[in-house]
Each structure stands twice: as C-alpha cells, then as structure tokens.
Design a protein around this ligand. Structure first.
Ligand SMILES: CSC[C@H]1O[C@H](OP(=O)(O)O)[C@H](O)[C@@H]1O
Length: 364
C-alpha cells in the first residue's frame, strides 16, 4: 500500500539483515511509529500486545519470530521452544498455527547451521505469498462488486455502499488486505464507492485502522458506531457487507472480530449480501462446527473500561469510561454460521460457504 506515496508493507527485514521491522498499530491513527524486533521474544510480544494484528500479519510476524529464534539458537530444543512461545501468544487466528507449522516443516529437517538462513528465506516467501493471495482475493471480490454495482446502478444508485467490520485491510496482512482488497481495486478503477466503517469496539480497529487506511488511499468512508449497521441495512443504505476472518472451518463457519455475527444476522434479515474474504491459510480444515470448536480469545477488561485517544491539545491520553466497581467482559471474536454467509472470496475464486464449496476450490 502507498503510505505518503511510498509503497509500504506492514513487516520487513531491517537493513542489518537480521532484525525485523513493523508498524506499531497501537499508535495509529495518531502516530506512525516503526518498531524493530530484535528477538523471538520481541516478535511474540508484538503479536500478544497487538502491535501487529490481523490473522495473516500474525502469521507473518510469527514466521519472522522463528527466524529471529534460529539466529539466536538453532538447536532442536530452541526450535521447539520458539514454536511453543509464539504459538501461545493468541489463540484464535489459525494463521499463527499454519505459519509456525510451515516454519517447522522447513527447519526441522535441516542441520542447525543451515536453519537461520532458511528461516529468513521461508519467512520472506510466506510474506510474498500473502501479498499474492490478497491481490487475487481483490480480483475475485472486484468481480462480485462490479456485479452488485451493475444491479444498484440500474436501480438508480450513485455509488456502491459497502459495510465492513474491524480491520481486514492492508494493516491486517503484509499488503493489500483481504476484505479491503476488493474495495481498493474497485476504487482504483475509478468506480464510485463508499465504505461504512464499523468502529469495532472495544479496540476500535475500524475507527483507528480501517479509517486510517481508507484516508491514506482516498476512499470515501464514514465511521459509524457498531450498532448502526442494522438500521442502515433496513433503510437500503448498504449494498453489500464484506469482512475478514481469523479462522474459517471446513464447513464454512466464519470466526471473526466480535460483532461480525450480529452484522451477518442484520444482513440476512435485510437481504444484503454478506461476503467473507478468506485466504486459504485461514481455513481450518480440521474443524467442522465453528461455534463449538473455535477457541475465542478473551482479553483484558481494561480494553473495555478504558479509551485511548488524542486530546484537543494533541496529547495521547487514556481515560476510564466505567465505574470503578463495574466488571467488564471482553470476548474478542464470534462465529458466524455458514448459513448467514453469502459467499467466501478466496484466492482461488468465490464459493458457497460449504464444505463442498471449499473442497471444489481447493481439492481437499
Ligand atoms: C484479515 S484478518 C483480519 C481480522 O483480524 C482481526 O482481529 P485482530 O485485530 O484482533 O487481530 C479481525 O478479526 C479482522 O477481521
């Protein structure tokens, strides 16, 4: 993605050829801060504390975390210890397991003195693969967007109104994004689009990250409270919904940021197409029932009870918005049953949210 006119990825190898650099996403939208990760432990912290987030970027960061580990100590013991340490950072995004397994498959057969170089090479390849996957998702999603725009234009619409939840954009991946990739491709073709951006409480990835991205790219958008989407759909103001996913089962159940399920219900009730952008590393082929089987991360209550933002004087401050004595619950994800998903947009094409649909595309 272009940041101030410069093509930029969300993770990259530093000039020293060993450390890894990322954007501290907890500082956006008010500050652009690059962090240099110099150890596996720092890469793990970046994932756990959400300096980086988004399933594909979590996977990419974990892959480079394994490379940093091999640069420190390429023994079998450290290979396993690094895997376990990184795996324990966040439970829901399956890309973490997938990327760590890919690194293990690459490194375990090698002699220790070859592991560091191979790890950096494999991590870089996983990042390049992510970019290719997301570009392809953008292309398949663009086709769907154009079909919907043809329908809506014939009905007199002046623009395609798209609603998205959380951030499944460039910042959630190495580049392009997943759910936002078709939006960028549609906009870049000069077609009229507007995006309703769910703020996405409690961490506000929509208000702080998706809005920042769309501003950078010049895409018209409006930030809305999470509870507004149903009203907009009832009044014909949403032409389609598109979201990302952190883990999708082989049967098409979609785990994504908390609140996605409620948007899917509203979309279903109002006949609004509900699409999920799904890169194949986010498919968990071992699971069938998402509600019963996908682990849902619970994070610290202070993410609910506190808000961080910029004051009128430009200071970044954190305030408490709840009474001292009030406990808060913070479930990070929910599962949308496949029956509420109009279609899955993958790098291999579009399919129904069914086992047969996914098997038809991926031959599994
Ligand atoms: C393309 S994956 C994006 C996905 O990840 C986000 O979760 P988090 O910010 O907690 O990592 C959210 O569920 C997005 O849809």
């Amino acid at each position: 993605m272009n940041v101030n006119g410069t093509p930029t990825r969300t993770i990259w190898l530093a000039d020293d050829g060993r450390s890894v650099q990322i954007i501290d996403q907890t500082r956006l939208p008010h500050a652009w801060e690059v962090i240099t990760l110099r150890s596996m432990a720092e890469a793990a912290r970046a994932i756990k504390d959400m300096w980086v987030r988004g399933a594909p970027l979590i996977g990419a960061t974990a892959a480079y975390g394994m490379a940093l580990a091999m640069a420190e100590d390429a023994s079998d013991a450290n290979l396993q210890a690094a895997h376990d340490h990184l795996y324990a950072t966040r439970p829901t995004a399956v890309n973490l397991r997938w990327a760590l397994q890919a690194m293990q498959d690459c490194l375990r057969p090698l002699p220790a003195d070859q592991r560091a170089a191979a790890a950096y090479q494999r991590a870089a390849a996983l990042c390049d693969e992510d970019v290719e996957i997301n570009y392809a998702i953008g292309g398949h999603g663009l086709t769907l967007f154009k079909q919907r725009w043809t329908e809506r234009k014939a009905a007199g619409a002046e623009r395609l109104n798209v609603l998205t939840h959380c951030n499944a954009g460039w910042l959630a991946t190495v580049d392009w994004g997943t759910a936002l990739a078709p939006i960028y491709r549609f906009f870049d073709e000069g077609l009229p689009i507007h995006v309703w951006v769910d703020e996405t409480r409690p961490r506000n990835q929509g208000a702080s990250l998706t809005a920042w991205e769309l501003n950078q790219h010049g895409v018209p958008h409006t930030v809305i409270p999470d509870n507004v989407g149903g009203h907009l759909m009832q009044h014909g103001m949403v032409d389609l919904c598109i979201v990302g996913t952190d883990r999708t089962t082989a049967s098409g159940d979609v785990c994504n940021k908390i609140g996605t399920y409620l948007k899917a219900l509203a979309a279903h009730d109002n006949g609004v197409p509900f699409y999920v952008a799904l890169p194949s590393p986010t498919i968990d082929w071992t699971l069938d029932d998402g509600i019963k089987e996908i682990p849902i991360e619970e994070r610290d209550a202070t993410e609910v009870t506190q808000l961080t933002g910029r004051t009128a004087s430009g200071q970044i401050e954190t305030i408490t918005i709840t009474p001292a004595g009030s406990p808060a619950g913070n479930w990070g994800f929910d599962v949308t049953p496949a029956r509420y998903v109009t279609a899955l947009i993958t790098e291999k094409g579009v399919c129904p949210a069914t086992r047969d649909g996914l098997a038809g595309l991926f031959g599994v």
